[in-house]
Design a binder for this molecule. Structure first.
Ligand SMILES: Nc1ncnc2c1ncn2[C@@H]1O[C@H](COP(=O)(O)OP(=O)(O)O)[C@@H](O)[C@H]1O
Ligand SMILES: [Mg+2]
Length: 173
């Protein structure tokens, strides 16, 4: 897995109470060792499940800490060595993107990828004597194909996709 420059992992969140009440039958199962998840058609007892294979698969039992250590940590480590790295969370509304990226402070194991990455980059363990680091950051939202600069003066302003995003440079630290 480490030789791939693009890795795709899936994280399946647990059902919430409403979903459990609506559909007590579990149709999803995750096999982390095989990096697979499989989905059964509701009511289709005899049908074989549809299987999907990724570079990593996490179920509702797995914490963000585990996902970070397995999947994100090597990438952030590469960033501290000067490589570019991107974590891109993709999924429909309610699938757990914010939970994974921003997270919750309690329990500690569910702190998000963003605060963990910040700690990784700026925390005491990454401080090196006689070495200067330049960190450039931008924070963009893509929603319904509109792009907004969340660090810009007007966070409601829509940016053009094909002209790049020069305003990002203003937020260099
Ligand atoms: N791995 C998880 N474990 C427990 N609860 C989760 C998990 N992922 C998401 N949730 C919960 O599911 C709901 C939707 O998640 P959220 O991150 O807001 O979705 P999104 O940002 O993709 O729209 C939230 O209430 C969140 O706390
Ligand atoms: Mg969200």
């Amino acid at each position: 897995m480490s030789s791939e420059s693009v890795r795709v992992v899936v994280r399946c969140r647990p059902l919430n109470d409403r979903e459990k009440a609506e559909s007590p039958e579990a149709v999803l199962s995750v096999e982390p060792q095989l990096c697979q998840c499989s989905i059964r058609r509701p009511g289709g007892q005899g049908d074989p499940p549809k299987q999907f294979t990724f570079d990593g698969a996490y179920s509702g039992e797995h914490s963000t800490e585990r996902l970070y250590n397995d999947t994100v940590c090597p990438l952030v480590e590469g960033v501290t060595e000067g490589y570019n790295g991107t974590i891109f969370a993709y999924g429909q509304t309610g699938s757990g993107k914010s939970f994974t990226m921003q997270g919750v402070s309690e329990p500690e194991a569910q702190r998000g990828v963003i605060p963990r990455a910040f700690e990784h980059v700026f925390g005491p363990s990454s401080q090196t004597k006689n070495t200067k680091f330049l960190v450039r950051a931008c924070f963009l939202e893509i929603y319904n194909e509109d792009i907004r600069d969340l660090l810009g003066n007007d966070t409601k302003q829509r940016l053009e996709l094909d002209t790049g995003n020069p305003s990002c440079e203003q937020h260099t630290e």
